[in-house]
Structure formats: C-alpha cells, structure tokens
Design a protein around this ligand. Structure first.
Ligand SMILES: O=P(O)(O)OC[C@H]1O[C@H](OP(=O)(O)OP(=O)(O)O)[C@H](O)[C@@H]1O
Ligand SMILES: O=c1cc[nH]c(=O)[nH]1
Ligand SMILES: [Mg+2]
Length: 211
C-alpha cells in the first residue's frame, strides 16, 4: 500500500477550518468539496489516458484523453457523499458506484447496508471516497469488496487518517494495488475510536446526527 500525504498550504488552511467546531454544516460541506478537489489532483496522477489526434486552429497534433474502461468513483455513504461532486468534477468520464457502510459505535466494527456498483470491475481503476480513516475497518472492508470484484488499481481519498488505521490498512491490504491519499495523518485514536485532533463525526457535521 502506498500512502501520500498532500502537504500544501491551501490544504492545511481549509483543513483547519473544517476541524474548527464552530464551522457550520453548509461551510463544512463546501470545504470538504474544495478539499477533495485538491486531493483529487494528486490522487489522479496515475489515471489512465490514451493518445488522441486532434487539430488545433493551427495544426494537427497529438494529445491525451482519459481512457476506457472508465474510472469508477465509489463514495462510502454517508460522509463520502460529500466528496463525490469534487471528485467527478475532475474526472468527468467517471462512472459512480455506491457503498453504504456504518461503523458500530460500541464495537467499532463496520457493516455494509447498501451496495450498488458493477459486479465485474476487471481492469478498472477505482477511487473510493471517505473523509475518515479511523480504525480502518470501513476502508479495509470496502477495498476488499472492490478487489474481489476485480479492481486492479484502488485509490482511497480520505480527508483525515489516524496512524492506527494506516497501520491496519498496510497489514490487511499488503500486496494489493492500493494507494491512500490524505490531507493529514493525525496523532492518534481516542478511546471511542475518534481521530485526535480530528474533526469529530464527519457524517454528523455534514448532514446532522440522523437520530
Ligand atoms: O475507520 P473506521 O473506524 O471504520 O471509521 C471510519 C468510518 O466512520 C465514519 O462513518 P460512520 O459509521 O459514522 O457513518 P456515516 O458516514 O453515515 O456517519 C466515517 O465516515 C467512515 O466511514
Ligand atoms: O473521528 C472519526 C472517526 C470515525 N468517524 C468519524 O466520522 N470521525
Ligand atoms: Mg458518522
């Protein structure tokens, strides 16, 4: 597994406001959208392209376009949904699949409540979106499912990661073609499985507590 921490002043600036508990939901959603666009720029560095012949007003030339099969973008509901628009803005040809997953707040175990994506992902590049990599249970399960369906190149775009989650990913997904792109690897997880300093519950901050 490769880990890429995007070290950029604009990313750090937006992340600081996202972390701030005074930031309201509308601003939080806008910042998450802006941040993912910056992370997506790094995350798509190896997106597959093919040559294309075009004519400029001056001369014929050769350029590149995103190749087929189309990349697949998979937001993990709920909170990953807040990253979808920012990602597909940069990858206009992408297809979108969905994974609904929830972490049991007592046991910290992840379970899947909805799946809507192609059965066969052979030869596909997949970008999975989730703002938080905490214990890693959610992302490990999601990526295993993608690889089981044949995905041969998976990039997880996360806003924040905990060192514990990164370690689990490295252990559980060793030898698989997985890259994690994040704005920060924070200090640690607390006793409730929350990232410290973190930003709290990403889904709740975007959409409310769903109680
Ligand atoms: O790395 P983990 O320990 O598995 O935790 C991370 C997961 O927890 C949060 O989802 P949550 O279960 O709160 O669902 P939500 O997005 O619907 O709020 C978050 O959005 C991740 O999906
Ligand atoms: O800090 C955390 C950990 C898991 N899920 C969140 O939304 N936040
Ligand atoms: Mg949540």
């Amino acid at each position: 597994m490769r880990l890429h921490v995007v070290d950029h002043p604009l990313v750090a600036h937006k992340l600081t406001t996202l972390r701030d508990k005074r930031t309201d939901s509308a601003t939080f959603r806008r910042l998450a959208d802006e941040l993912v666009t910056l992370l997506a720029y790094e995350a798509t560095r190896d997106v597959r392209t093919e040559q294309v012949d075009i004519e400029t007003p001056v001369t014929p030339t050769t350029g590149v376009k995103l190749s087929y099969p189309r990349p697949l973008v998979v937001p993990i509901l709920r909170a990953g949904l807040g990253m979808l628009d920012g990602m597909v803005r940069l990858l206009p040809t992408a297809e979108v699949g969905f994974l609904g997953m929830i972490r049991n707040e007592e046991t910290l175990e992840a379970s899947t409540y909805a799946t809507r994506m192609p059965e066969d992902l052979s030869g596909r590049q997949v970008y999975v979106l989730d703002p938080m990599l905490a214990t890693g249970g959610t992302l490990v399960a999601a990526i295993r499912e993608l690889i089981k369906r044949g995905a041969d190149d998976v990039t997880a775009v996360v806003l924040l990661a905990a060192p514990e989650g990164v370690e689990i990913m490295e252990r559980e997904l060793a030898g698989t073609p997985v890259t994690v792109v994040t704005a920060s690897v924070d200090e640690r997880l607390n006793e409730n499985g929350y990232i410290v300093p973190g930003l709290g519950d990403a889904g709740d901050r975007m959409y409310g507590s769903a109680e």
